[in-house]
Design a binder for this molecule. Structure first.
Ligand code: SF4
Length: 375
């Protein structure tokens, strides 16, 4: 007698997940976007692409990915590159801990297996910065293992397909969906199946508004499409509003150079370069008083521009002041680097939150005389 399928393959509306496999694979093979990390699915390339794609749009990632692969084509090259250069390659992508964890993991791989990429899901999960989603993506796409990679896109697709009434933020929901998917992974096509689910969530079953059900290979199976309830799924609890913080950015200029410093380790943008940034919305008089405390004077302080920068849980209302300094001063304890425009352009990895103020410095184009050596 044929074994009864496990109940986990079925949702409350009676959809057997196995039914989605064939139409999804056929659609993917016909419609998948051509992306640089799909041309060659070596583990290193898949890994770097998955880390870059976290919280970041495909269009944004492509030029970064190509530049990264050209400069660091192997685990060994990544393990050996100077952190400053690595962060410069990452400049503008945000979430810089991703880059640091990539390097930590590359060093582990080189130390423990001479650069050979670990091939099991458990070993992948033990690498710094690699969680269940990334490990599932590498295991299935690069190694052909039947391991799902379930992120927000996949949760959204499955929630709509099954009209799942549970909140996808609940870990138990993700666990249940992952277990259900694992049972229907098609032998020999695991990588394509993972990518087909990701692709469907990215280009057809999109968030924020109506999905493109007319182009969906699963519409005959989809409960939300059948009942016109697509926008009611996935069920999600309301996110906490972001905390707003005011910041004053000092564009300290002296003799064609600008002052930058490293942010404290830990916390937001920890250990990255910044234009000196103070808490609160300071007036020109308060900035002058702060400079006095640092043993410095300003020849001129003028308000340059204001910008908002949004992080995951906080947003900064940033106001920048251009400050002309007669001397390239150092506060007690040092920490300021007076950089030339060339160093700002080529060597210093300034996160986007600060990079956007570079033009307001009013410095000449890069070609200035040599400045202080960047530590
Ligand atoms: Fe998503 Fe529509 Fe496809 Fe259902 S039919 S999976 S809602 S795109």
């Amino acid at each position: 007698m044929k074994d009864q399928p496990s109940p986990v393959l079925y949702d409350t509306n009676g959809l057997c997940l196995e039914e989605i496999v064939a139409p999804l694979l056929a659609w993917y093979r016909q419609s998948a976007r051509i992306l640089p990390w799909r041309e060659n699915t070596a583990p290193y390339r898949v890994w770097v692409s998955e880390i870059m794609l976290q919280q970041t749009r495909v269009d944004t990632v492509i030029p970064y990915y190509e530049r990264f692969m050209a400069r660091l084509p192997s685990v060994q090259a990544l393990a050996e590159v100077r952190e400053e250069e690595l962060l410069k390659l990452w400049e503008g992508l945000g979430y810089y801990s991703r880059a640091r964890n990539l390097q930590k993991a590359a060093r582990c791989i080189c130390k423990e297996s001479g650069g050979a990429f670990p091939g099991s899901y458990e070993q992948l999960c033990s690498l710094p910065g690699v969680g269940p989603y990334t490990a599932g993506a590498i295991a299935s796409i690069a190694f052909g293992l039947p391991v799902p990679a379930v992120d927000g896109n996949v949760l959204r697709v499955l929630s709509r397909l099954t009209e799942n009434p549970r909140d996808i933020a609940e870990p138990a929901v993700k666990k249940q969906m992952t277990a259900a998917l694992a049972q229907v992974y098609p032998a020999g096509h695991c990588g394509d199946f993972t990518q087909s689910l990701m692709e469907l969530g990215a280009v057809v079953c999109v968030p924020n508004g109506l999905p493109k059900c007319g182009s969906c290979p699963l519409r005959q199976l989809c409960r939300a499409f059948r009942h016109g309830t697509q926008t009611e799924y996935p069920v999600q609890t309301k996110k906490q509003p972001r905390r707003a913080e005011q910041k004053t950015v000092l564009l300290l200029c002296c003799g064609g150079r600008a002052a930058v410093r490293k942010r404290p380790q830990g916390g937001l943008l920890g250990g990255l370069w910044e234009f000196p940034c103070l808490d609160g919305a300071l007036s020109a008089a308060e900035i002058a008083a702060w400079l006095e405390q640092q043993g410095a004077h300003a020849a001129h302080i003028e308000r340059a521009l204001s910008r908002k920068h949004i992080f995951t849980h906080v947003e900064w209302d940033m106001t920048a002041y251009r400050v002309s300094c007669p001397h390239a001063f150092q506060p007690d304890g040092g920490g300021l680097v007076w950089a030339t425009p060339e160093q700002l352009a080529d060597e210093i990895a300034l996160p986007t939150a600060f990079r956007r103020f570079t033009r307001a410095l009013g410095l000449p184009s890069p070609q200035a005389p040599e400045g202080q050596k960047i530590p």
